[in-house]
Ligand binder design. Structure first.
Ligand code: FE
Ligand code: FE
Ligand code: FE
Length: 190
């Protein structure tokens, strides 16, 4: 039934609203811990984008005549908690902590990408084209953020992390990991 799909969409919008607000706070805390200049710029840009994304969700909810309410996105809560916990295990600022930051942020971006994909499909299904358009703008930003995180890791953070390892008499330099983060912990050389 169409009204039930609409209802589902409004619940998803409330979830997105909570998720974005949690992600924003997480990035604000994360920015203080990041060292790599490009990573820092990326986080700062996505903080600004996220502030607009929150406004977009508000606009979408207005169009559907719903209020945010008290819904908490439990998944984002878990992702943020895990990311913060991992960061706390790496006191020292530098390339390794930057890898940990990227690992946490990419998990968050992927959750958002998945959620907005669903939300856009729901909006289109019930003919909420404006809502779909708003969420599509956001989805593109999430995808771009994910790509940029991969790029900065491959071009700058990972080489730095591996170079740091060499100084300690460790790893051989070499293949760039396929994943952006390639694991959140330092890998021991074989
Ligand atoms: Fe977002
Ligand atoms: Fe959620
Ligand atoms: Fe995001």
């Amino acid at each position: 039934m169409k009204s039930e799909v609409r209802e589902l969409l409004t619940e998803q919008l409330k979830d997105a609203y909570s998720a974005e607000k949690q992600a924003l706070r997480c990035m604000q805390r994360t920015l203080r811990k990041a060292s790599n200049a490009t990573l820092r710029e990326g986080i700062q840009l996505h903080i600004e984008q996220t502030q607009v994304q929150i406004e977009r969700v508000e606009q979408a909810m207005e169009k559907m005549s719903v209020r945010p309410g008290r819904k908490i996105c439990e998944a984002m809560r878990g992702l943020v908690e895990e990311a913060q916990h991992e960061m706390e295990e790496h006191e020292e600022k530098g390339a390794i902590l930057d890898l940990v930051i990227v690992a946490g942020m990419q998990r968050i971006e992927h959750y958002e990408i998945a959620a907005y994909g669903t939300d856009i499909a729901l909006a289109q299904a019930v003919g909420e084209e404006e809502v779909a358009a708003l969420l599509t703008e956001t989805l593109e930003e999430e995808k771009q953020t994910d790509l940029k995180l991969t790029e900065v890791t491959q071009t700058s953070i990972m080489p730095e992390a591996l170079a740091g390892e060499e100084e300690e008499g460790g790893a051989e330099s070499g293949g760039t990991p396929r994943g952006a983060s390639g694991g959140s912990r330092r890998k021991k050389a074989a």
